[in-house]
Design a protein around this ligand. Structure first.
Ligand code: DON
Length: 565
């Protein structure tokens, strides 16, 4: 039953819109915001117009998304922010959720040592301590222009929550599809199911008064308005309605953390991305390092040889992910090894262009003994060239469905991103081991890959995507689409994708993603192809920066919005 729900949730996340024929990217010269929500993108642009920088705008977008995109852009979740600033500084802010202090390795196992189905996803114990509010405020305080106050970045969000906004056709449809899911939680039903019992429709005004109050508390008290006082108490009350673990102390102790970006060089480009506790940046760089040895230009976009080689590097990278990646505060992640050119060169030695390597013949490398359906992505650039790339999530759509009564937001079910038991897959089919076992205060391993690609030292592509385990391969394919296949940003993010992740040993495809003869050629090489169970893969929202200016491209898979000025 729970597995079924997960599949439905994933399906709904990625099946709302089929990729339409690509339209042109949005062009502007002074700034650009690309996100999943028109109101959020516009809110970001308003701040840029007031003279704010890309950080001010990104923080504004983040808070606005918590209102307009409640299935994912939520105060009850966490994320990663990657930025490159014109003064040459680049940094990341890890505001990933943390396991509560009472969490322990076998939290989701029964007495016989088996994983309790659905517990990490749908019980209150599936919620980690949220990080979004602390991360966004930290970014604003340390790297905002100083011209824009906390109240100003929260104003659009408060307005959108208090006065409401009109639902689009797709938003109304999504609420209707989730009706029975909302019905499982009284507070969620109160807000997300229409009072008259009728289905939502396009143009309905959607008001979230409790959420507005929470946002006002944050505007007044900063992080303290969320991590202590009434909101914190309401979160703890919500935990008590089930078997939730988050305490007032966990909330008071939460803090986001600056981490060095992971960087790599691919051809003429520098990749700046998110390191552990995300696996995204390390795998992206590792896979590009492997691909550097192949004539990607001449293989041709989505040809069978192209799909084959990407699949082969993906299975090797994801095998390492399962073994070596976890929260670096708890696990010695061999990041130098994983991002090294030499390592990639050795790792491809057994790749054969004619036949697939069965995944059971691939295992993770030995680490050296010593080593020094729902998420959303938004990209922002300002007139000075400061670039910000943020991916944020509460894991599945509307998290585990637990809305904090009185505070108006859903809590994440991010504890499912831990490895509940070695070898047992999570909602995204990912397996893990000790590196990603549950421990108190630890952050679950993520695939989120907010990335900035530099050309001649300056931001060239700002990119990232939702999509669980597919996020990393989506981000890579968009980068390859632009660098090798001469696509503009709109085509780059919207073109059909495929995905492979070591286990299960298959290539997942989108509807009409690969032609029949390409599929046949791949099968002849020994690959198994299956439709991606979420329908469409990810929702990449990116910006391409050229000498002319900024080109924004929202993924045609979603109701995305690129706004420039
Ligand atoms: O952090 C991760 O990798 C997952 N929790 C992301 C979930 C996700 O992308 C779901 N939505 N599309």
């Amino acid at each position: 039953m729970n597995k079924q729900i997960t599949l439905i949730v994933l399906y709904i996340i990625f099946s709302t819109l089929a990729p339409a024929a690509s339209s042109k990217p949005v062009f502007s010269e002074k700034g650009m915001v690309v996100s999943t929500s028109r109101q959020a993108s516009e809110a970001g642009i308003e701040i840029l117009k007031k003279g704010g920088n890309a950080i001010d705008a990104a923080v504004t977008v983040g808070f606005a998304l918590s209102v307009t995109s409640s299935s994912n852009g939520n105060l009850g979740g966490g994320g990663f922010l990657v930025a490159t600033m014109i003064d040459g500084e680049s940094f990341t802010i890890d505001h990933r959720e943390k396991a509560p202090a009472d969490a322990y390795r076998d939290l989701f196992l029964d007495d016989t040592g088996s994983v309790v189905p659905g517990m990490s996803l749908y019980s209150r114990a599936g919620s980690g301590v949220p990080g979004t509010v602390d991360g966004l405020i930290q970014a604003l305080e340390d790297h905002g222009s100083g011209k824009i106050s906390l109240r100003e970045v929260l104003t659009p969000a408060i307005r959108l929550a208090e006065k409401g906004f009109n639902l689009s056709h797709y938003e109304a449809r999504r609420f209707n599809t989730y009706e029975s899911f909302f019905g499982r939680n009284e507070a969620a039903a109160e807000i997300f199911i229409r009072k008259d019992g009728k289905p939502w429709k396009k143009g309905d005004r959607f008001i979230q008064r409790d959420l507005a109050k929470t946002l006002k508390r944050i505007a007044k008290h900063g992080s303290g308005g969320f991590y202590s006082g009434p909101v914190a108490e309401m979160i703890v009350e919500e935990m008590k309605r089930g078997n939730g673990l988050i305490t007032l102390e966990d909330l008071a102790n939460y803090s986001s953390i600056y981490r060095e970006p992971v960087t790599g060089v691919y051809k003429d480009y520098t990749i700046v991305s998110m390191g552990p506790p995300s696996s995204g940046g390390a795998l992206l760089i590792n896979m590009l390092n492997m691909l550097e040895h192949y004539p990607i230009d001449s293989l041709g976009w989505n040809s069978s040889d192209y799909v084959h080689i990407l699949t082969e590097v993906e299975r090797r990278a994801y095998a390492d992910r399962a073994e070596h990646l976890g929260d670096p505060d708890f696990w010695n992640v061999p990041i130098t090894m994983l991002t090294a050119k030499e390592y990639a060169k050795n790792r491809i030695r057994d790749i054969n262009m004619d036949t697939a390597t069965p995944s059971n013949l691939i295992s993770a490398s030995q680490a050296p003994a010593y080593e020094s359906p729902e998420t959303t992505h938004y990209s922002v650039v300002d007139q000075w060239g400061n670039a910000v790339s943020v991916t944020t999530t509460i894991n599945l759509g509307y998290g585990g469905g637990h809305l904090v009564k009185g505070a108006g937001f859903f809590l994440n079910n991010e504890m499912d991103d831990f490895s509940s038991k070695p070898g047992v897959p999570n909602a995204f089919g990912l397996v893990g081991n000790k590196a990603n076992a549950i421990e108190p205060g630890k952050r679950p391993l993520s695939s989120m890959t907010p990335t900035i690609v530099l050309k001649n030292g300056k931001p060239f592509i700002i990119i990232g995507s939702p999509g669980g385990s597919t996020i990393i391969t989506t981000t890579m394919q968009v980068i390859l689409n632009i660098i090798h296949h001469n696509m503009d940003i709109k085509e780059g993010v919207s073109s059909p994708r495929f995905h492979s992740q070591w286990l299960p040993d298959v290539i997942m495809t989108e509807p009409r993603g690969l032609s029949r003869d390409v599929i046949q050629n791949l099968e002849l090489k020994g690959h198994t192809l299956v439709p991606y169970n979420g329908g469409y893969i990810g929702e990449a929202n990116g910006i391409l920066i050229t000498e002319d200016g900024f080109y924004g491209g929202g993924d045609s898979r979603g109701e995305t919005s690129a706004v420039g000025y």
